[in-house]
Ligand binder design. Structure first.
Ligand code: F3S
Length: 76
């Protein structure tokens, strides 16, 4: 799974993410984009949206599905 973070402070409302990945980005009434789903199973166009945001407002990082996945090998 992945966690999508869209920093509204950084977003300038250019709409690139919405154009690239309309399945997960929409424009809000405030003129800033937001992620429809912040936790996603598949990256789909999300990575492209992240890479093409001109102000780097989108960051996507993997999140562990199970608690065990978070453990560093050799820790248990
Ligand atoms: Fe905003 Fe970046 Fe999307 S500026 S509208 S988050 S591509």
């Amino acid at each position: 799974m992945f966690k999508v973070n869209l920093d509204k402070e950084k977003c300038i409302g250019c709409g690139t993410c919405v154009a690239i990945c309309p399945g997960n980005y929409e424009m809000g009434k405030d003129g800033k984009a937001f992620a429809v789903k912040e936790e996603i199973m598949d990256l789909g166009g999300n990575r492209m949206a992240e890479e093409n945001c001109p102000v780097v407002a989108i960051s996507i990082r993997p999140i562990a599905e199970k608690k065990e996945d978070l453990m560093v090998q050799g820790e248990n």
